[in-house]
Design a protein around this ligand. Structure first.
Ligand code: GLC
Length: 413
């Protein structure tokens, strides 16, 4: 599935997800229409008050870049059905209401700032009765499926090269939720996802897609958790800064993560060889929320110093173990991202099966004394009492090709 043209995905490793739509005005999350059973006729009044006057794609792209991200994914149309672009197949769109094609602005800004272009697209559209009850409204369901095929064609035809298409919303509320056996194949049959995929590959031969249309795609996209891929697809964990409940801006959002929390999720995901898509929910007028700005700035600062141990890394060939943090690898170099900095002056790692040549502190290049034992342990010494970087401090282990011989069995009784 993966082709060399898609290697950028592992190289860039980190993306920014933007959830922005009519729902941003409500400040209770993008699921409000459904949770509060707001009829379309009433909900659509939000299109009249939609005011993206501070939605500045260029600034968002610069922010993403400063945060160290290599791509950005924008919600072109979420479950509410409102398109942030010019669609021939629906007047319920931003060009009709405010004269702006936010998808075009996003695509152009990404390109200007050297970011790969990602588009999120929700298959389901709550406005259609056929989503809520397929059996009772088969024609409405078919019209919704047709809308998907038409709009995906538009998105992949009108904006030049698109690098990543992120599908969402493949389920049907009445009888096709993810708990149903053989769910993926069943929804793929309804959305005609194979046909959709053929069209996508024809229009954009180098694109990456995810698995949420029921068709396998190139990227697995676990939500709010880190997860390794069990086949040859990429894995990309997407996560919100706040509570798991909502992706668009939410007033009084509880459980806001710290920059350290986010960075740790990123490194756990990287230790599986996976990407991280960090979500930002702009406020009603399109401006970003200052808490999110701060997170992006902290992550960017850390990556500028330690990015060598993150970008383009893979899951270590043999995963060492440690109580202190996460591991990534690039060629013969192993990186240990320490979050639980020890007070003993020593960092112990185990299951290192190759001879270690040198250990340094990544941020300064300072060489550190170490002892390697025949039982696979490496003990790095002379660490400062306080963590050099309170977010995470990275140690760099240069490995030789030489393997340890006669490793004793673990357990001595
Ligand atoms: C979900 C939600 C949605 C969010 C998405 C992000 O499936 O329905 O609101 O956009 O996940 O991955």
């Amino acid at each position: 599935m993966k082709s060399s043209k898609q290697e950028w995905f592992n190289e860039k490793k980190f993306g920014i997800f933007i959830h922005y739509g009519l729902y941003s005005q409500i400040e209770r999350g993008e699921w409000t229409m459904q949770y509060e059973h707001i009829p379309y006729e009433e909900y659509s009044a939000l299109a009249e008050t939609f005011d993206p006057s501070r939605f500045d794609a260029d600034r968002l792209a610069r922010q993403a870049k400063d945060a160290g991200a290599g791509y950005m994914v924008l919600t072109t149309r979420h479950h509410e059905g409102f398109c942030l672009y010019d669609s021939k197949y629906s007047d319920y769109n931003s060009v009709k209401y405010v004269g702006r094609d936010l998808v075009r602005e996003h695509v152009e800004a990404c390109r200007r700032h050297g970011l790969r272009v990602g588009l999120y697209y929700s298959l389901l559209d709550w406005r259609f009765k056929g989503y809520h009850n397929r059996a009772k409204y088969p024609e409405s369901c078919e019209a919704m499926v047709q809308q998907v095929h038409n709009q995906v064609r538009e998105l992949l035809t009108n904006y030049g090269q698109i690098d990543y298409l992120f599908f969402d919303g493949g389920w049907f509320e009445d009888n096709l939720m993810p708990s149903v056996p053989d769910w993926a194949n069943k929804i793929a049959a309804v959305w005609r996802s194979k046909e959709l995929d053929d069209m996508i590959r024809e229009l954009q031969p180098n694109i990456l897609t995810n698995e949420r249309s029921g068709y396998p795609g190139d990227v697995l996209t676990p939500e709010q958790r880190t997860r390794a891929s069990s086949d040859d697809r990429y894995s990309e964990a997407c996560m919100t800064i706040g509570d798991r409940f909502g992706w668009s801006f939410i007033h009084n959002n509880p459980n806001l993560k710290t920059s350290r929390d986010i960075l740790q999720h990123m490194m756990v995901q990287a230790s599986f060889g996976g990407n991280f898509l960090l979500n930002v929910g702009p406020v009603a007028n399109g401006d970003t929320y200052n808490y999110d700005d701060r997170i992006l700035s902290d992550i960017g600062r850390w990556l500028r110093v330690n990015g060598e141990g993150y970008y383009g890394t893979t899951k270590p060939e043999v995963l060492p173990t440690s109580m202190l943090g996460e591991f990534t690898q690039k060629g013969n170099v192993l990186y240990h991202h320490i979050f639980r900095w020890p007070r003993t002056g020593e960092a112990v790692i185990a299951n290192v099966v190759r001879k270690v040549k040198k250990v340094t502190l990544l941020e300064t290049g300072e060489e550190l004394p170490f002892e390697q034992k025949a039982d696979t342990r490496v003990i790095v010494k002379g660490l400062p009492y306080l963590a050099p970087d309170m977010m995470a401090t990275t140690l760099k282990y240069e490995l030789s090709d030489e393997m340890l011989e006669n490793i004793p069995d673990y357990g001595s009784l």
